[in-house]
Design a protein. Structure first.
Length: 273
């Protein structure tokens, strides 16, 4: 069908990330760059830039950096806070081994969630070709879409957490010991295994559902009218709530991952304060 110009297209809201370029054939199969993938790369670049600036004084003068200032002080405060949470859930002995995973979950999810509030995220539209009912259609898709508003990203995060949880249990008890700890009662083993698999669904769909709903709300006609000045106070309230919900969802994902890891490691390895 004939492609329409971006100005003739109505904004399109989709649960799936919209393609921006590709697909290209690779040894692993077709590769397509989506708007959420593009925003994910920008988010990762932003996190790396923040880390570089936060540690700049440490690289230049380690002694002067003993008294943190500015961004370094913020980074160290967040790091210490997260370390205390990890130690309280998995124990001091094992905290150092999983802290990097937990902290990465928290920082990446928080910044990805908050990126939806930046100007241009979800409000700059570009023509995109997608298949609908077997036909190729041109739609108006957002150029930037938060990574955590894509179910593929949240499933990837949940799968990573799942691997960390059970790898920690295997490292603590051995393969057979971990299976024994996980299943508890032999004849109920299939039930416990299904429950463990539902962790992936729980972590991924909770995060995706909240962020996708927020995207629809923030970029929808109702809040758009608020932002234009008809009801600015209500619009500001929604924006504040999105900041809060973005942080809460990151905390929930982080804490559940660490709590499940602590349960997998077991009390014989996790130490109480």
């Amino acid at each position: 069908m004939a492609a329409e110009t971006g100005h003739d297209l109505a904004p399109h809201v989709s649960a799936a990330a919209e393609p921006l370029a590709g697909p290209w054939e690779t040894p692993l199969g077709p590769f397509t760059v989506t708007n959420s993938m593009f925003t994910m790369w920008l988010t990762m670049a932003g996190i790396l830039a923040l880390a570089w600036f936060a540690t700049r004084r440490i690289r230049k003068d380690p002694d002067a950096a003993l008294v943190p200032e500015g961004l370094q002080n913020v980074a160290e405060t967040v790091t210490e806070f997260l370390m205390e949470l990890v130690e309280s859930t998995v124990g001091r002995r094992y905290a150092g081994k999983v802290f990097a995973f937990g902290a990465t979950f928290f920082v990446f999810i928080t910044i990805s969630n908050w990126s939806s509030l930046l100007p241009g995220i979800g409000t700059i539209w570009t023509p995109s070709e997608v298949y609908h009912d077997g036909h190729l259609e041109t739609i108006a898709a957002p150029l930037f879409r938060p990574a955590t508003a894509d179910i593929n990203m949240t499933i990837a995060l949940a799968l990573t957490a799942f691997v960390v949880i059970h790898a920690s249990g295997i490292a603590s008890h051995g393969p057979l010991g971990h299976i024994k700890e996980m299943t508890q009662v032999a004849f109920l083993a299939p039930v416990f295994i299904i429950i463990e698999l539902f962790v992936i669904i729980s972590l991924s769909f909770r995060l995706f559902g909240n962020l996708f709903a927020g995207e629809v709300l923030l970029n929808g006609p109702i809040l758009g009218a608020f932002a234009l000045g008809h009801l600015p106070l209500i619009g500001a309230v929604f924006l504040v709530l999105e900041i809060l919900f973005g942080l809460v969802q990151a905390v929930i994902f982080f804490m559940l991952s660490m709590v499940f890891t602590g349960q997998s490691v077991g009390p014989d390895t996790a130490e109480a304060h």
